[in-house]
Design a protein around this ligand. Sequence first.
Ligand code: SME
Length: 340
Amino acid sequence: MGHFYFVRHGQTVWNVENKICGAADSPLTEKGHEQAKETGRMLKERIDNGEIHIDQILTSPLSRAYDTAVEISHMTGVPVTVEPRLIEQNFGKWEGTARDGAAFARAKESFADSYGGGESMMRLAQRIYNLMDDLRKEPEKTCLLVAHNGISRMIESYFRDMSNEEFAAFGIKNAEVREYTFEDDRPDDRTDYDLLCQQVTGLMDGMESHITILSNAAALLYEMLPRINWAGFYISHGDELLLGPFQGKTACVRIPYGQGVCGTAAAENRTIAVENVHKFAGHIACDSASQSEIVVPIHKDGRAYGVLDIDSPVLNRFDNADREGLERFVKLLEAEMANE
Ligand code: SME
């Protein structure tokens, strides 16, 4: 499934001065370098533990992006290539003027206007959408794009409908990382999480026993999610997780907090989707067929209750849609179990 990561450059001198910076080459501040290093450190950690994989960094030629890309490359060891199409939009006569000026906001509503010597929104869309189409043609390769706010906005619009107001207001933070997946290229057996949530709600109706709720929830997930080989729960007991209701091959019964994907997700209280479990330091293999995994923490009365764990025999099985869908699913379980 084709996907890529996008990072905006770190803080620049003109960001601090709140000036419009398009084709002008305002350098990173010291803080900007630090932000880039921090993003590089975070990405390296995720690469090392198998959560993500990146083949190549593509960067805008402007120094604020290029230097950000180089910092990330130093940290991660992923090579950098300049991609001229990632250069920021040239804002013509507005370059260097106040960033929050109302006149500039109005000017940007004219999509075919190039601001007196700059680049129009339509021209920008042409080159960025072409780049997106090119990335989509190589689904086996994963790139990290390092570029600008104006570019992030155009990329966002490639992936979803936006009103003019949303488009104008869209922006991301310095050195923030986002992930995009080419939806059409996904297998056409995607899960309908709305339906799944309705089904689990029906199954839980009036049921108080946790074992009963979780047993049917595991069976439902196992039946409804394509390309998985294990679905079930681990429940917190002191500082470890014990095997709960599940479907799939017999599994390890105890996982200490902080160990394996389940123990890490529980200890860090966050959903973890692992692209390749063989690269996850400390992954606990229950079924040798498992290649990727997602773990969602579960809470009861504001405290850790356990985790939902799902394994897949294919690499990179779980994307943002699965993450969001399964987090919604878990919220429903939490709400029902809170009624006990
Ligand atoms: N792989 C998990 C252990 C549980 S089994 O996948 C069912 C982990 O690393 O936590």
